[in-house]
Design a protein around this ligand. Structure first.
Ligand code: FPP
Length: 286
């Protein structure tokens, strides 16, 4: 039976969607948006023109993700390193762009039933940006569809440091450090992403093969899809191509997908024991 095509997809997206299995969508996709600077340079434009064009890509990707019923999408908008190491003028431009994006996009987020969240050291951002972020979060808080998380001033190592600090603080509030228990579940429950499933798929644009300090804990078992497309050229259609690639992969989480197949070592011991049986038979004959 032909799967129901979600409303709002364009012609090319419909064609791509028909090749997907809607029952095996990733629960969470994380995207490292990269290549804005190169996109601008190729057009002899200033870097910030690439960031501006990147907003169109964000809009298209977010809408398509929500339309196909993806439960969660996380976008690496800028890292702690971007925030601390890029020229002030570029950082200011990105702050302004973020503020304008949030103001303009809230109605569309609400129309698509999208709830907005953030990860990163939000308290280090300018006060007016924090206020706008809080306003946008509250304006979408009652939506029940896709969770869109923007990683802003984000660093995975800082996140793990913050999680460990929060763990220790929680233990000292709850009866002292002798009650401190550290295991994978408790660490995960203190990460910024405590309420999200780990991403099944991470997409990186512009061809670079790095994780760049993004969700290092949460991406432990994620499938990685790198596309040469520069972020400003990325659209919902490219997201669907990433999902198609994900659906072709076999995920094993360190185990075996076909346990009925004997592991290599079992084959090996069988071969060796056959060999010694042959040797024993030959020796008996002689
Ligand atoms: C990486 O490209 C991109 C960024 C550091 C900023 C990402 C921002 C946007 C996509 C627009 C704003 C986003 C929102 C959510 C409003 P780069 O500058 O590192 O590119 P390069 O590697 O080619 O130099």
């Amino acid at each position: 039976m032909q799967a129901r095509i979600p409303a709002g997809l364009d012609r090319k997206e419909i064609e791509a969607y028909k090749h997907l299995d809607p029952a095996r969508l990733p629960r969470h996709i994380a995207i490292i948006m990269d290549g804005n600077g190169r996109w601008a340079r190729r057009r002899h434009m200033p870097r910030v023109a690439g960031h501006r064009a990147g907003v169109t890509a964000v809009r298209s990707t977010v809408e398509t993700a929500a339309r196909i019923g993806l439960p969660a999408l996380t976008l690496y908008a800028f890292s702690e390193e971007n925030w601390k190491k890029r020229p002030k003028a570029e950082v200011n431009f990105l702050m302004g762009l973020l503020g304008r994006y949030l103001k303009a996009e809230v109605p569309t987020l609400n129309k698509n039933n999208i709830r907005l969240e953030y990860i990163g050291r939000q308290h280090e951002l300018p006060d007016d940006v924090q206020e706008r972020m809080e306003w946008a979060r509250e304006s979408t808080a009652s939506n029940t569809g896709m969770i869109l998380t923007l990683a802003l001033n984000y660093s995975a190592r800082s996140e793990i440091v913050d999680a460990l600090r929060s763990l220790v603080n929680a233990a000292s509030r709850n009866g002292g450090l002798e009650h401190l228990r550290i295991d994978e579940d408790t660490v995960a429950s203190h990460l910024y992403t405590a309420d999200l499933p780990d991403p099944d798929l991470v997409i990186r644009t512009s061809g670079e093969m790095r994780l760049s300090n993004f969700l290092l804990w949460q991406l432990a078992y994620a499938e990685i899809y790198v596309t040469g497309t520069l972020w400003p050229d990325f659209r919902g259609l490219h997201l669907l191509e990433g999902v198609a690639e994900y659906q072709k992969r076999e995920r094993r989480y360190g185990g075996l997908n076909h346990p009925e197949e004997k592991p290599e070592s079992a084959h090996m011991s069988e071969i060796l024991s056959n060999k010694s049986a042959v040797r024993r038979a030959k020796a008996a004959r002689n």
